[in-house]
Design a protein around this ligand. Structure first.
Ligand SMILES: [Zn+2]
Length: 177
C-alpha cells in the first residue's frame, strides 16, 4: 500500500527520472522510439482509444494537459537549457528535433515570443490520411508547457493546421491565457 502511494506521488510529478537510464537499459535498441511504435501508442492508446472511452473533448484535454506538464518539466529539469530566452528557445528547437517530434520553425514572432510555430514531419501525424480534424493535442501541450516556462507566462498552443485535417504540416498559434 505504501509503495503504491509512493509510485502515485512520483507519477503525478511527471518526473522523467522514473524511467531510469533508457539508453543503458536498452543498449542494443538504443532506447529511441520507433515512429510506428510511437504512433500505435499515441494515436490508438492516448488518442483514439481515450476518445472512445471518455469522449473526444475530455480526451483532447487530457492529452494537452499531460503534454503541458511534460513541457514544463523539460525546462525545469534542464533538458532544455539556456542563459536567456533566446538560448532557451534555440534549445527548445534542438530538443524537438532530438526527440524526433518534428522539425520546428518559428513562423511569426512578437518581440521574443513566438506567435506561430510550424512543425514539419510531425511524429504524430505526418503523411496521415485526412480525418478532418487536428489531433496533436499532446504535442501542442508540450509546446505550451515549454514556452510558458521559458517566458514565465501562462501560454497556450492551439493547433490550427494538421496533417490529419489535410494540411502538409502542423502549425500552432501561441496565445496568452
Ligand atoms: Zn498535427
Amino acid at each position: 500500500m505504501m509503495a503504491q502511494q509512493n509510485t502515485k506521488k512520483k507519477l503525478n510529478k511527471f518526473d522523467f527520472s522514473i524511467f531510469g537510464d533508457i539508453n543503458k537499459a536498452r543498449p542494443t535498441l538504443n532506447g529511441g522510439v520507433h515512429t510506428l511504435q510511437y504512433r500505435i501508442l499515441r494515436l490508438f492508446g492516448m488518442g483514439l482509444g481515450l476518445d472512445q472511452i471518455i469522449g473526444t473533448k475530455a480526451s483532447n484535454g487530457i492529452q494537452y494537459t499531460v503534454g503541458k506538464n511534460i513541457g514544463k518539466q523539460l525546462v525545469q529539469k534542464k533538458i532544455i537549457v539556456g542563459k536567456n530566452k533566446k538560448e532557451l528557445l534555440a534549445s527548445f528547437v534542438k530538443a524537438v528535433i532530438n526527440f524526433k517530434i518534428g522539425i520546428p520553425s518559428i513562423i511569426k514572432q512578437n518581440k521574443n515570443l513566438p506567435l506561430i510555430i510550424r512543425i514539419d514531419e510531425c511524429i504524430n501525424c505526418s503523411g496521415m490520411k485526412n480525418i478532418n480534424r487536428v489531433i496533436c493535442f499532446y504535442e501542442a501541450g508540450i509546446i505550451a508547457g515549454v514556452l510558458s516556462n521559458i517566458f514565465n507566462k501562462k501560454l497556450d498552443a492551439i493547433e490550427t493546421k494538421c496533417n490529419a485535417k489535410g494540411d502538409k504540416y502542423c502549425e500552432f498559434k501561441i496565445i496568452e491565457n
